[in-house]
Design a protein around this ligand. Structure first.
Ligand code: AMP
Ligand code: GLY
Length: 419
């Protein structure tokens, strides 16, 4: 099989490495990819959101499967376009990807089908949102842009001024563009966060092993929200009771709800959960694999990923038994100074071998390019240094000792992943 991977981050690097473990996969190409990915797969400079460009590439290269990893091409209907062109594709179509691309949709879905989530109100008028916040006078309050915003569209306000400012930033200044045409104003929840990604073909739901992402930029969960600064798997908070509860009250009801809405979901459905004192609740859905959750979760997958992908597309996930490695896994993201705000690119990365790797760990590349045989930084998140071991502490130790051997100008990473 020849596969086209669409996307350019550490998640795509991890997906490609995993797919290539299987003998059935003879070649993987990637668009647009990155420096680290180009060691594994020929990369083509076509943007993930260039729907026509991706379809042309897939047809010219005669691929057997298009794997759509990022959120924006899914929302734009790349899977639909593939199907129209007679190409096999992994990922939900745009009608189903709306579960991530509109928070208004996902909140209304949860309310309609009694899926536990934070209480909320929806506004498309900033005055009304501000008036509501003033009247309810409950802080902290969470304000979310409706649409996609690179994981940055959620603002937590601790007082009225901050809340008013958040509404203005999203709805008037449109810092997230049209994603801010509507906002969700919701109850602030507390408790440990858990990520569970699940394979679903719209009939069967198979949760993967759990993980935990660290979304804030700085140690102690300080600083701005990022795409994710590091992950561990399993998530120690996610016990058997929570697993049973989530399957019964969240995972199955969500997939059934999408069927009832005429939007059957096929692909990887990501559940961002919070284990609140009142039980697990949904914080967000994603219509795709998480980044950097994929790096830790897939490194524990024993069953060939390609078999699961095929079964998902053909709606025969009920025939598959997915096996996981009992070892724990940890990923530490090395980022460019300034991220998630402005940062510089083009710094030489030292400490990696010619394949962009380092012994004892797997280095998933998020934002790198190769120039004159050197790996250079080329993004906010640069590398995801990932290790596996018998215990979580050992995995973290391995990952951090590797991180210390890698360097580039202004590099920073969180020192408390997994704590
Ligand atoms: P999201 O992009 O929806 O996952 O939100 C980003 C982060 O904001 C989450 O990982 C949580 O840490 C935080 N967050 C979102 N919604 C809430 C909420 N209702 N209560 C508390 N924290 C929240
Ligand atoms: N790490 C969070 C996400 O992929 O949305």
């Amino acid at each position: 099989m020849k596969i086209l991977m669409v996307g350019s981050g550490g998640r795509e690097h991890a997906l490609i490495k995993k797919l290539k473990e299987s003998e059935a996969v003879t070649e993987v190409i990637c668009a647009p990819g990155n420096g680290g990915i180009s060691v594994e797969a020929t990369c083509f400079p076509v943007k993930a959101t260039d729907i026509d460009g991706i379809i042309n590439l897939a047809l010219c290269e005669r691929v057997d499967l298009v794997f759509v990893a990022p959120d924006d091409p899914l929302a734009l209907g790349l899977v639909d376009a593939c199907e129209k062109a007679g190409l096999r594709a992994f990922g939900p179509n745009s009608e189903a990807a709306i579960i991530e691309s509109s928070k208004v949709f996902s909140k209304e879905l949860m309310k309609k089908y009694s899926i536990p989530t934070a209480d909320y109100f929806i506004f498309d008028d900033p005055e009304k949102a501000i008036e509501h916040i003033k009247n309810s006078d409950a802080y902290p309050v969470v304000i979310k842009a409706d649409g996609l915003a690179l994981g940055k569209g959620v603002l937590i306000a601790y007082n009225y001024e901050e809340a008013e400012n958040a509404v203005k930033l999203i709805m008037r200044d449109k810092v997230f563009g049209t994603s801010g045409n509507s906002v969700v104003v919701e109850e602030f929840l507390t408790g440990p966060e858990v990520t569970v990604m699940a394979f679903t073909d719209s009939k069967t739901v198979i949760p993967m092993v759990s993980s935990k992402d660290h979304k804030r930029a700085l140690d102690g969960d300080k600083g701005a929200n990022t795409g994710g600064m590091g992950t561990i798997s399993p998530n120690p908070h996610y016990d058997i009771d929570a697993q049973k509860y989530c399957m019964e009250h969240i995972f199955l009801p969500t997939v059934h709800a999408m069927n009832k809405e005429g939007r059957p979901f096929k692909g990887c459905l990501y559940f961002g959960l919070m284990l609140t004192p009142k039980g697990p609740k949904v914080i967000e859905y994603n219509a795709r694999f998480g980044d950097p959750e994929t790096q830790v979760v897939l490194s524990r997958l024993i069953t060939p990923l390609i078999d699961i992908v095929q079964a998902t597309i053909d709606e025969r996930l009920d025939e598959i038994d997915i096996k996981w490695d009992a070892d724990a896994s940890a990923c530490v993201i090395m980022a460019s100074g300034g991220y998630p705000g402005d940062y510089k690119k083009g710094y030489k990365i030292s400490g990696l071998d010619k394949n962009g790797q380092l012994e004892g760990v797997t280095v998933y590349h998020s934002g790198t390019i190769i120039k004159n045989q050197d790996f250079l930084t080329n993004g906010g998140r640069v590398l995801g240094v990932t290790a596996k071991a018998g215990t979580l502490n050992q995995a973290l130790e391995k990952a951090y000792s590797a991180v210390k051997k890698i360097d580039f100008q202004d590099a920073f990473y969180r020192k408390d992943i997994g704590e």
